[in-house]
Design a protein around this ligand. Sequence first.
Ligand SMILES: C[S@@+](CC[C@H](N)C(=O)[O-])C[C@H]1O[C@@H](n2cnc3c(N)ncnc32)[C@H](O)[C@@H]1O
Length: 261
Amino acid sequence: MCFDNRASAIISSKLGRLLDDVGKLAAAVRDKGFTHGVKFAWAAILSRLHLRVDARFDAKYGVDTFGAIPLDNLSVASQNKRFAESYSPSHTLAIKRVLARLPIDHRDFDFVDFGSGKGKVVLMAAMYPYRRVVGVEFALELHDTACENIEAFPAKERKAKEVQSIIMDAATFAIPPDNCVFYFYDPFGTAVLSKIVDKMAASHEKHRQKIYVIYYEPDYKPERVALLDNADFLRRWRPPRRLAPAMLPAVQNTVFFESIS
Ligand SMILES: C[S@@+](CC[C@H](N)C(=O)[O-])C[C@H]1O[C@@H](n2cnc3c(N)ncnc32)[C@H](O)[C@@H]1O
C-alpha cells in the first residue's frame, strides 16, 4: 500500500471512530442527561488512554502483557478454575503510581502477585529493589509467557534481586515469613481469597512480619474486599499523598491494607 493510501486509511478509520464516539455521546446525553454524557465521554477517553499506554509498555520493554484472555481454553490443573477471573493486565498508569507510594525499604520486602497472568505487575515491581518478586499463576500458557517476559525484560530496568513466575494455584502458595507486599487484581472469588487471608493471618500470628495488601479494582465484587476488611490482623491504610489526580479512577479504585503490629 502506498503512503497516500495508508494515510487516508488511518484518517478514515480515526474519523470513523470519532463519529462513532460522537454518536454514542449524543445518545447518552439524550437518554440520561448532560452530566451522564460527560461522565460517559470521560470514561471512554480514559479507557483509550489506558490501552495506549499499556500497549506502549510492551513495545518499550519488548514484552507481551497486553490483551484480555478468557481461561476457557487454557491449561489449568486446579478445581479452583471455577472461581477464577479471566486474564487482563493491570493498567500501567495506575500501578506505576500505586507501587511508588508504598512507604517501605524495598530491600526488606518480598512482593507477591496472586494471579499474576503474563507478569505485568511482576515486571513493574521488579523495577524496585525488592528482595524477591514472585508471580503466582495457575494457567500454563500465561505462566510460560510470564517467564519469557521476565527473560526479555531489560536487565538495566531490573532492580529486584530475584524475579520469578511460579505455576501453581494461589490457594496453595506458602506465605513467606518475611515482610511482604501482596498484590491482587481481583483474581478470584471468596472461596480462594478466604484461604489466602487465613494463611496470611496464621503467618502473621507466628512471624509478626510487616504485610501490605494492595487490592486493585475492589468495587467489582465488594464481598471479596470485605474479607480483608474483616481480617483482625489488617487495617486499611491510606497513602500519605494523593495517589493521582481525580481523573485517574483506576488509581483511586485501589485499596491498601497494612498489618497491625
Ligand atoms: C485479572 S488477571 C490479573 C493479572 C495480573 N495480576 C495483573 O494485574 O496484570 C487475574 C489472573 O489470576 C489468575 N488466577 C485466577 N485464579 C487463580 C488461582 N487460584 N491461582 C493462580 N492464578 C489464578 C488468572 O489466570 C488470571 O491470569
